[in-house]
Design a protein around this ligand. Structure first.
Ligand code: 3H9
Length: 704
């Protein structure tokens, strides 16, 4: 038949099997292959019914997302699935979709065009297109409401989360759960319904009846809050609502129009960039996929502070036993925090009390190194002090197995200096978790100059096992994320010293889409922590370099941020933040004493002054190889720093603005504000050549 679609028959039932690894996407050749197989089944008089199944780990996971990039680049036409879907629906022989793994997007749309859907109990179905800035584009917004009702359909299309097969049965999207072998069960099911008249989903109308306008209005509001600043989820609701007023044919036409509008918007391109970015970061040119990773079946942590405790929970959450060492007092606090955290999740219905107890039982607190000689990985999460870390590592060197991976959770210290405190620097790596480590998705994986490829492969595998995204970076102050944050944070402080308020700056950043404004971030991290780093790193020692002034004054007043109840803002006992006129007065006084001219700022100016500094540092990081690719920087900022996914990350955002425009603005800032705004050489080069950071990545990949 075709390499991508296999055909066989059994007991009068044709079995069409999509076989397009890894996820059976509807790539070129797949829809045509299914259609050809269907024709064969229809022409075969011995066939009474058809089963549409898929090989490998999943049913069809959707359209091939690469095709969309080609469409936007003008290299391909949009794939049209309707002829296949109509053929399935119009087939004279009943067609049963047999679902395992996931039926997503176009995969669910294919399944809904079949006359019946059966699934294994742990299968999931959904329309996740809005997570890519899209809406279902092959009838999903018109068939799903006919199966499960318009409001539920709109909710699924707008939220994008898949639902388990048993729930899909209750809603009417799946007809039967198959226990045991799926294809056997599907064939038996197909035989049982072979002589019954089959419904065409597009002709169903019963569930569309009634007035749903109040429900749609409420859903729009709910989605507006849950999917802040996103357009596609709202468009998905619009498209589903059309199913209640338009014929199926007209609804499909309108859906196609809306789909195309979404596809051409920056939102879709940014979210597709983020989707592939999450997967690209796993590809490390000099660490091939088949590099042997060390198994990590159990771990130990040194330090039961906020980070150590969060890391312990992250491992316990995925069933990996953890020993955690500290003083009894610190351990008691850590375990109490973990329990409180888990109890909150139980209260919210995320999991049962039994799951919580099982996770707690995986964390073993201890004040000694007992058992550290058995574990596969030791993560040191001690206070940020080089002498302390060096001492810990020299102790570990005597205890840990030779094949034990030694990871440090430092966010500022030199991995190489830590590594040489052991006789095995090749086993040492940085695992920079972000707080709260049990919840935040990002781990910067820091390779030292001696770190072995096997240890890198192990760290990447551990991040994946923790359901986090691990991004490999090189050693160097602040690695990638924090190094870029400093120019961003200081520029924000200069802007307030020139006349804006912290609230105005944070509001502009919130409107841009940042999860938190930079002053709120500074309050969360602690102004004293930032001040210590400023001191230790001699960040402003260079003569002529402008130094932020107000932050030191706040520290001197004990305004250390959230933990002190006051920093750039005031905080109540629930950590609710309010602006503080005293802070604004202090900033104005400081500026007057330093003769800093005052002015007002537009939101656009605030964004340029703050984020262009961050992007400029990103360009330096790319050029000096601290990050492997621009997309790695984007993934770091999307997953660890609250950068809005619909802008694709700072480097992707820079490409959408245009590097020439950013470069010109930075040159203008250099004229106005001096050498700290020196444009990064790579930015200059790319801007002059009319190129993008994405093209830089592509050229690098081509030469790898
Ligand atoms: C759509 O269907 C629009 C329709 O309405 C019709 C319009 C006309 N295409 O995630 P993994 C790759 S929109 C191309 O690591 P997992 C992925 O890049 C689509 N490639 O595996 C990776 O490649 P590599 C709606 C895809 O087991 C490899 O497969 N569907 C696609 O952790 C393995 O992926 C979605 O949004 C694709 N559709 O998770 C579903 N999907 O190895 C998107 C995956 O080179 N996919 N790849 O890095 C997923 O959510 C997850 O991949 C899935 C498996 C849950 C299926």
């Amino acid at each position: 038949m075709s390499e991508l679609v296999k055909y066989s028959t059994r007991d009068g039932v044709a079995i069409i099997t999509v076989d397009n690894p890894p996820v059976n996407a509807l790539s070129t050749g797949v829809p045509a292959g299914i259609l050809a197989a269907l024709k064969t089944a229809e022409a075969d008089a011995t066939v009474q019914a058809v089963v549409l199944a898929a090989a490998g780990k999943t049913f069809i996971a959707g359209a091939d997302i690469n095709d969309f990039l080609n469409v936007v680049a003008g290299k391909a036409e949009l794939p049209v699935l309707h002829p296949l879907l109509h053929a399935l629906e119009d087939s004279r022989k009943p067609v049963v979709a047999a679902i395992h793994g996931m039926a997503l997007g176009g995969g669910m749309e294919v399944a809904m065009a079949c006359h019946y859907r059966v699934a294994v109990p742990d299968a999931q179905v959904g329309q996740p297109e809005c997570k890519l800035g899209l809406i279902p584009g092959a009838g999903g917004t018109q068939r799903l409401p006919r199966l499960i009702g318009p409001l539920k359909a709109a909710e699924l299309c707008a939220m994008g989360d898949p639902i388990p097969a048993p729930e899909a049965v209750q809603l009417g999207a799946v007809d039967q759960i198959i226990q045991g072998n799926l294809v056997d069960g599907a064939v038996a099911f197909a035989k049982s319904i072979a002589n019954r008249p089959a419904h065409k989903t597009r002709e169903l109308t019963a569930k569309l009846a009634g007035n749903h306008s109040a429900g749609f209005a409420a859903l729009r509001e709910q989605v507006r809050k849950a999917k802040r600043n996103l357009n596609a989820p709202q468009v998905a609701i619009d498209a589903v609502e059309l199913s209640t007023t338009l014929s199926f044919a007209k609804g499909i036409e309108k859906e196609a129009e809306l789909f195309k509008q979404c596809l051409r918007a920056t939102e879709a391109q940014a979210l597709i960039h983020a989707f592939f970015g999450d997967r690209t970061v796993a590809k490390i040119p000099d660490v091939p996929k088949d590099t042997q990773a060390f198994p990590v079946r159990n771990i130990a942590i040194i330090g039961a502070g906020t980070m150590g405790g969060g890391i312990a929970m992250a491992f316990a959450n995925v069933g990996i036993p953890v020993r955690i060492k500290d003083t009894q007092e610190a351990l008691d606090r850590c375990l109490a925090n973990a329990r409180r955290n888990y109890e909150n999740s139980v209260k919210r219905g995320r999991y049962t009390k039994e799951v919580m107890e099982q996770r707690m039982s995986l964390i073993t607190p201890q004040t000694s190194y007992d058992g550290f000689d058995h574990v596969d990985m030791i993560i040191e999460a001690a206070y940020e002090s080089m002498p302390l870390k060096r001492q810990i590592y020299s102790e570990l060197d005597k205890i840990a197995r030779v094949d034990c991976v030694l990871a440090t959770n430092t966010s500022t210290l030199d991995i190489n200096e830590i590594a040489v405190a052991t006789g095995r620097p090749q086993m040492v790596i940085g695992l920079h978790f972000f707080s709260p480590a049990n919840a935040m998705r990002l781990v910067e994986i820091v390779r030292g100059s001696a770190t072995s490829k096997e240890v890198i492969a192990t760290a990447m595998a551990v991040a994946k096992a923790l359901k986090k995204v691990g991004v490999l970076v090189r050693n160097g102050f602040g690695f990638v994320g924090n190094r870029m944050m400093f120019p961003y944070m200081y520029e924000a402080q200069f802007v307030v010293e020139e006349g804006a308020t912290p609230e105005e700056v944070d509001r502009a950043l919130a409107h841009f889409g940042m999860a938190m404004g930079i002053f709120s971030v500074d309050d969360l991290g602690g102004l004293d922590v930032a001040a210590r780093i400023r001191e230790e790193q001699h960040q402003f020692d260079k003569p002529g370099l402008r130094k932020p002034l107000a932050s030191d004054k706040l520290v001197a007043l004990g305004r250390l941020g959230q933990k002190a109840g006051k920093g750039w803002y005031l905080y109540d006992e629930n950590r609710k933040q309010t602006p503080d006129l005293e802070v604004v007065a202090l900033i104005r006084k400081t500026a007057a004493e330093a003769h800093i001219p005052q002015r007002t700022f537009t939101e656009a100016e605030i964004i340029e002054r703050t984020l262009y500094g961050l992007i400029n540092e990103g360009a330096r990081i790319l050029e000096d190889g601290t990050a492997l690719r621009a997309v790695d920087i984007d993934v770091i900022y999307l997953n660890g720093y609250g950068f809005p996914a619909y802008r694709g990350g700072p480097m992707f955002y820079a490409d959408t603005v245009g590097l020439k425009k950013i470069y010109d603005k930075i040159c203008e800032f250099r004229e106005q504000h001096g050498a700290r705004w020196e444009p990064a050489p790579l930015l200059k080069r790319l801007a002059e050549q009319g190129k993008t950071f994405a093209s830089f990545d592509a050229e690098k990949a081509a030469h790898a």
